[in-house]
Design a protein around this ligand. Sequence first.
Ligand SMILES: [Zn+2]
Length: 296
Amino acid sequence: MIKVLDLNFQETGQTIASFLIETSIGPILIESGPYSSFENLKQKIGENGYSIEDVQHVLITHIHLDHAGAAWALAQHGAKIYLHPFGEKHMADPTRLWNSAKLIYGDDMERLWGDMQAIDQENLEIVSHGERLIFGDVEITGWHTPGHAKHHIAWQLNDVLFSGDVAGVKINDGPVVPPCPPPDIDLEAWEESLTLIKGLDLKRIYLTHFGIIENIVDHLAELEHNLSGWSMWIKDKFELNRDVESLVPEFQAFTTAQMKDQGLDDHTIRQYEIANPSWMSVVGLMRYWKIKKEKG
Ligand SMILES: [Zn+2]
């Protein structure tokens, strides 16, 4: 049994999810969410009849703060945290991760993300590509799926995939959009990860932002279309040597117009902006094109 826990991030529903899976050895979690919504996570776990101490296994899709920011607090209750090898040192010592986020968010850091503390090495479990984990009667396979982040894993449980950010963001029947934050965006790697996902014979994808997707073929096609649309939009501006600051409002207007065309209301557009701030995608895609140019 899989439960979608709405973490009500920034007092806004359907922006960040965590997933509770009931197994014969107790509940396990996919995604911890950020520490700023840890109280909500505890409450949602409680509503499902469990305490935080019952959660002894937490699988994170990647170490971005909206997915893994509260993992340390679960580890303090004894949970093992399962993650990509590239995420390990940042979870064992989050100083660099926190400081680089602080460069971006400044004084807003605590309000957005709460806190982050080190996780003991013995609580960190590195998962290799294609590795199968057994939790009582439940088997979960970890697929290394870079493109959005180098340290990304999509977790497969039978015909269900928990896709983190690699299968995009979709809220309230809105468009499927690609979150493109710095510093790891790699369009070629992302495309390879989507090819892997298409080969998995899935019936459902669970998006962290936000919810259950059943029409997988159309969903992934729309993601590819919009990833290409966004990246080419930014590429044009990159070639004109535009600066990031002046581009952000233009890009925001471009994506807002796309959503209004689909008939989305202002609340849903705001949910998208909270789950996937458009300025981050400007920074991430500008960086991608810059690196690509430098490589020749
Ligand atoms: Zn992310």
